[in-house]
Write a protein that binds this ligand. Structure first.
Ligand SMILES: *Cc1c(COP(=O)(O)O)cnc(C)c1O
Length: 434
């Protein structure tokens, strides 16, 4: 049995999530269903904060909300004292609707539109994470027009490739994100921002990738950021107050994954920054992190109902469920691996290898290659650790409605995103008058 859920089996032998029987959830709200154990979200935010408190440094734990953005999620993050990253007008709007404190919002993105920058300026977000020269000019235009000022950070590409799947690498030199360092772009960007009285330069940002398991990449990035900050103090008489090392802390998806606890990465980052700062007689800056996956990934479960099955002699059978790439595209998009368990009997012995197939019309719509017990149509399967980049990447492909999202905590469940209806699917359509 999957050891992750040992403590989540109730008296009738069902998987529980946030103290709620998963089969009751499936019955009441239907499948496919996304369920979050809210306590686990809170727990991870607190674990990150604790490390900073223990190390006695100024900090911000900025939840990278692209991992899962919803009003309820911003509410929980806000309640836990987290900051948040947004990357679009839509995420910013959702955070606003949640009453998220705007001063704790950072606006990211490699091609923010003028309208998005305008919204960010008018709503007084805490920081604009400037990504490129075009954005410096665009932001200046918006600030002048609105006679406003704003805090900014510069995103740089530290030239570090963390060992991870290629699509998850964002910190190497050949990247669409941020200012290059070696060629002097970052220095030039600094000069431009310092010369602009409407932009208050707070510091430096780098995000080296996602689902990273090695400490090394983070330590190198942290050291590199201090190195740049030191050179900026020397050459530009500018002392960075904030160093943001991004997110990307890897989580366990399958038995073969052995990540450190997310907060262990942060410990190492703080140690590196402290020692590199001390070596250079540089004041210890505020240290910000931007975890997304590690906060919501392990807290999420996708519940599916088992349907058809295809057996071909000598081959691994295909077992189909009522969801798939429309609610979790990660397996199809970057061969992400997941484990699935039989929610109505997690202790039942696994006896077969299956291709767990979705219902979408693509051969690549396989959610997992996994081992399962003997299952029959109507059984409920739970995919584990689906909380990050699952629902947030959901689509209406094949005109399937997106699932509902439920928050479960202390034995109580609440729908926080309603299931789409068939009517929702056509509500933007207009008939063509010929
Ligand atoms: C996506 C992203 C994150 C979060 O990454 P995770 O792997 O989910 O922790 C943090 N910072 C930036 C800039 C990002 O683009």
């Amino acid at each position: 049995m999957n050891s992750q859920v040992t403590n989540q089996i109730n008296q009738v032998g069902h998987l529980t999530i946030g103290g709620v029987d998963s089969i009751d959830l499936a019955r009441e709200y239907g499948t496919p269903l996304v369920v979050y154990d809210v306590n686990q979200i809170r727990h991870q935010i607190r674990a990150f904060k604790k490390v900073f408190e223990e190390e006695q440094v100024d900090y911000a734990v900025s939840y990278a909300s692209k991992a899962f953005a919803a009003i309820a999620m911003y509410q929980v993050a806000s309640e836990e004292g987290a900051s948040t990253d947004v990357v679009s007008a839509g995420e910013l709007y959702t955070a606003l609707k949640a009453g998220f404190p705007m001063e704790r919002v950072s606006f990211h993105g490699n091609n923010k539109s003028k309208a998005e920058l305008e919204m960010a300026v008018k709503k007084h977000v805490g920081k604009i994470m400037i990504d490129n020269f075009y954005e410096i000019d665009l932001l200046n235009e918006v600030l002048e027009k609105n006679n406003s000022e704003i805090n900014v950070m510069l995103r740089v590409t530290p030239g570090i490739s963390a060992h991870t799947h290629e699509y998850d690498q964002t910190g190497q030199v050949d990247s669409k994100f941020g200012f290059d360092i070696e060629s002097g772009q970052a220095d030039l960007a600094l000069e431009k921002v310092l010369a602009n009285p409407r932009m208050h330069m707070l510091g430096l940002h780098a995000h080296i990738g996602s689902q990273i398991f090695e400490l090394n990449g983070f330590e190198m990035a942290a050291a590199k950021l201090i190195e740049i900050a030191v050179s900026w103090r020397k050459n530009h008489d500018y002392t960075a107050q904030v160093i943001n090392v991004g997110g990307g802390f890897g989580i366990k998806y399958v038995a073969e994954d052995h990540p450190l606890k997310p907060e262990e990465f942060v410990k190492a980052i703080i140690k590196t920054i402290k020692s590199e700062a001390a070596k250079n007689n540089f004041p210890i800056p505020e240290i910000d992190i931007e975890p997304g996956r590690s906060i919501v990934g392990p807290a999420g479960y996708n519940l599916y109902t088992v349907g058809s099955r295809k057996d071909v002699p000598g081959l691994i059978p295909y077992l189909a469920v009522d969801g798939g790439m429309g609610d979790n595209i990660r397996p199809a998009l970057y061969q992400a691996k997941y484990e699935a368990i039989l929610a109505n009997d997690p202790r039942k012995k696994t006896i077969q290898k299956v291709h767990l197939a979705g219902k979408y019309c693509e051969s690549g719509d396989i959610l997992a290659d996994t081992e399962l017990p003997d299952v029959k149509p109507g059984d409920i399967l739970a995919m584990l650790d689906t909380g990050a980049y699952g629902y947030s990447m959901a689509s209406n492909y094949n005109r399937n409605p997106r699932p509902a999202v439920v928050f479960a905590e202390n034995g109580q469940a609440q729908v926080v995103i309603k299931r789409e209806s068939l009517m929702d699917l056509v509500h933007l359509d207009q008939s063509y008058n010929v």
